[in-house]
Design a protein around this ligand. Structure first.
Ligand SMILES: Cc1ncc(COP(=O)(O)O)c(C=O)c1O
Length: 402
């Protein structure tokens, strides 16, 4: 267990402990023990969770055990199918949804493509995206141009997507607005609830790419008015590649039909003689065929870590670390691209330095793992990172920039 209750009464964050007051009790996340779950941290300052996360040992063990079972157990498939259902349940709890609203998908792009392709478009229909989206949430919508759909691209202003610009772009002919909860490059956090109100006022569908927030920030799809949400596991959610989920608001399951289908999409997938296409009443309707079941074994083990710690504590820790990093960067000669305004912040910080490639090479030589996005250095700490690592990064950037 990473959590112990009733340990102390102080509420503070240091590099080793996080104390959180909850329901009158105090619990703490033992960061030193949490770090033991990530062997990679012994050799690397890993600050690249917006790209892919290091594999936690419970994920490795669960998958290794499943691999072993695969070689000996003739019925391993059944237990893996049960595991998928359990993984859906854990994920649905994490985002304030029901298990029946979750479909298994291989990645975010697929989830967004499923949605883009099944919405009804009429002559004159438009969809709204913006110019800060990752291609996973751009191409599925641009692909609709061939069908005569107008794609409206809202321009960012100083790295922000402004509500008033979205409001101007959406009208009664808008079929959907699709946006990232957190923008991949500078970490700008979009206000999902406020955007959903704009979208729904015009009867349009609200679609969210949550890959940069799921596992980092709290999500509540009901409260935030989300209609569809897609994510994969390999970033903040600490799971394997090739596993993901699509949330479909339950009222929409019956309303939309999938553009691609397969044997798993129906009410009774084991009725192999059926010649009737009876779609499932759950979001399984949007699945096709065999899943990456071994991957979901890892995904479930990863979700258990988040449930153990609690998503609000994970978010608090990540925002604290990214906030500290912003403060540290203030003292350096760098151009901070990410906003410092609390409500728009996330786990991603981006800053620009002269000769960025030379600085990145120097960081890589020091085993400090970050990435380059839109010409800047993107840093993305997770709950297991500590302030000392942020300071190491800043010292290295200072030395390399001199
Ligand atoms: C915002 C965003 N969406 C989607 C993806 C990836 O999508 P997929 O899960 O399809 O690989 C990324 C990063 O790789 C991303 O940053």
């Amino acid at each position: 267990m990473l959590i112990n209750a009733n340990r102390s009464t102080s509420i503070t964050l240091t590099s080793n402990w996080i104390y959180v007051a909850k329901l009158g009790k105090v619990k703490y996340l033992d960061i030193s023990r949490a770090r033991q779950l990530f062997p990679m941290l012994r050799t690397h300052v890993y600050l690249n969770n917006a790209s892919t996360s290091p594999c936690p040992t419970p994920v490795r063990s669960a998958m290794a055990e499943a691999m072993e079972k695969w070689t000996t157990d003739a019925h391993v498939y059944e237990s893996w199918m049960d595991n998928l259902q359990e993984t859906k349940a854990l994920f649905s709890e994490l985002i304030g949804a029901k298990k029946e609203e979750i479909a298994g998908i291989t990645n975010t792009s697929t989830g967004l493509s499923i949605v883009a392709n099944m919405l009804p478009y009429k002559k004159g229909s438009n969809v709204v995206i913006n110019d800060m989206e990752f291609p996973a949430n751009t191409y599925p919508w641009l692909n609709l141009k061939r069908r005569g759909v107008e794609v409206r691209v809202v321009k960012n202003v100083g790295g922000r997507i402004r509500l008033k610009d979205l409001e101007e772009a959406v009208d009664d002919h808008t079929a959907a607005l699709s946006i990232s909860h957190v923008e991949f490059s500078n970490g700008f956090r979009n206000d999902l609830k406020a955007i959903s109100e704009i979208v729904h006022r015009h009867g349009a569908t609200f679609v969210v790419d949550a890959i940069q927030s799921a596992g980092a920030l709290e999500i509540d799809v009901r409260r935030q008015g989300v209609d569809f949400l897609a994510t994969s596991f390999h970033k903040w959610l600490l799971g394997p590649e090739g596993t993901g989920f699509l949330y479909v608001r339950e009222e929409l399951i019956d309303e939309f039909d999938p553009w691609a289908t397969g044997w798993l999409a129906v009410e009774n997938p084991e009725d192999f003689d059926s010649m009737n296409l009876n779609f499932s009443k759950t979001a399984q309707k949007f699945e096709t065929g065999t899943h990456n079941l071994l991957g979901y074994v890892g995904a479930k083990a990863a979700l258990e870590i988040f449930h153990d710690i609690g998503m609000s504590d994970v978010e608090r820790r990540i925002l604290d670390l990214s906030g500290r990093l912003l403060e540290e960067l203030e003292g350096l000669k760098v151009d901070i691209v990410t906003t410092k305004e609390e409500r728009y912040r996330s786990g991603i910080v981006n800053f620009k330095v002269p000769e960025v490639d030379r600085v990145l090479e120097g960081l890589a030589r020091r085993n400090i793992v970050v990435s380059k996005r839109t010409g800047g250095i993107r840093v993305s700490p997770h709950f297991f990172n500590v302030e000392d690592e942020l300071q190491q990064l800043c010292r290295a950037v200072k030395e390399l920039s001199e």
